[in-house]
Design a binder for this molecule. Structure first.
Ligand SMILES: Nc1ncnc2c1ncn2[C@@H]1O[C@H](COP(=O)(O)OP(=O)(O)OP(=O)(O)O)[C@@H](O)[C@H]1O
Length: 241
């Protein structure tokens, strides 16, 4: 039986307490299967980043369960969560976050080396990941020798090197022009077609259209989503402006 890569089960996150408490998420439930790309849309302040941070164990739910590849984060120690995150979850942010003094291959191998992999093996795995993603020609370039789109594709390689099969992307196309953004989405889509599970926060409907499903958040609640039978395009056509 296939098991979801990510389960959010009735997750609530309240920031602060008393009069100033803010409910960033209120009872959100969402599963992402291996091979599935799910887009999250919603107005500013609707809880998209909070959802992504909880899904990756960067933040802790006030109530509800977060399960990554069968491991219930709510029952784990901070150390256990940090290890799970390093080995199973890749993050991609708007601003690439590559280290300027390292080549693309070194940037991609860094998470493995930080996790204790021998440098030779880590660099080999990094180059294999770059090859797989058709980025071989970028391997020895430094970030300032690459375009924004190239840097972001390398950042996706870094997010998925080694054993990671869950990628959480927060506005990964936010700093790119439309065409380059599409190229980055295509790379993400290909990784998901290869079995990776992806959660993608985006403001752009045309980028969300690459996803299998779109969920819409408003005031911390999922107000609409495409069902298994619906296509992302159908929902986007009917989406509130
Ligand atoms: N650390 C925090 N302390 C207090 N309130 C917070 C904190 N983080 C988020 N919030 C609040 O939680 C709500 C959801 O914020 P979140 O950043 O998740 O929304 P978002 O949909 O990602 O917004 P944007 O599109 O602007 O990035 C907002 O009302 C925000 O002000």
């Amino acid at each position: 039986m296939r098991y979801p890569s990510l389960i959010l089960d009735d997750v609530t996150r309240v920031h602060g307490s008393g009069e100033t408490a803010v409910r960033a998420l209120a009872g959100v439930s969402l599963d992402v299967m291996p091979g599935e790309l799910v887009a999250v849309m919603g107005p500013s302040g609707s809880g998209k980043s909070t959802l992504l941070n909880l899904a990756g164990g960067l933040d802790k739910a006030t109530s509800g369960r977060v399960v990554i590849e069968g491991e219930d984060l709510t029952k784990m120690t901070p150390k256990g969560i940090a290890q799970l995150r390093r080995q199973r979850v890749g993050f991609v942010f708007q601003d690439y976050n590559l280290i300027p003094s390292l080549t693309a291959a070194e940037n991609v191998s860094l998470p493995l080396e930080l996790d204790g992999e021998r440098p030779r093996k880590a660099r080999l795995l990094a180059r294999q990941t770059l090859d797989l993603m058709d980025l071989r020609e970028l391997a020895d370039r430094f970030p300032d020798q690459m375009s924004g789109g190239q840097q972001q594709r390398v950042a996706i390689a870094r997010a998925l090197v080694g054993t990671r099969r869950l990628v959480l992307a927060d506005e990964p196309t936010g700093a790119l022009d439309t065409h380059t953004g599409e190229e980055v989405l295509r790379v993400l889509r290909e990784r998901c077609d290869d079995g990776v599970a992806g959660l993608l926060v985006t403001h752009e409907a045309r980028h969300a259209a690459w996803a299998d499903r779109v969920v819409f958040l408003r005031d911390g609640v999922i107000v609409d989503s495409t069902g298994p039978a619906g296509s992302a395009e159908d929902l986007l056509d009917a989406a509130p402006a």
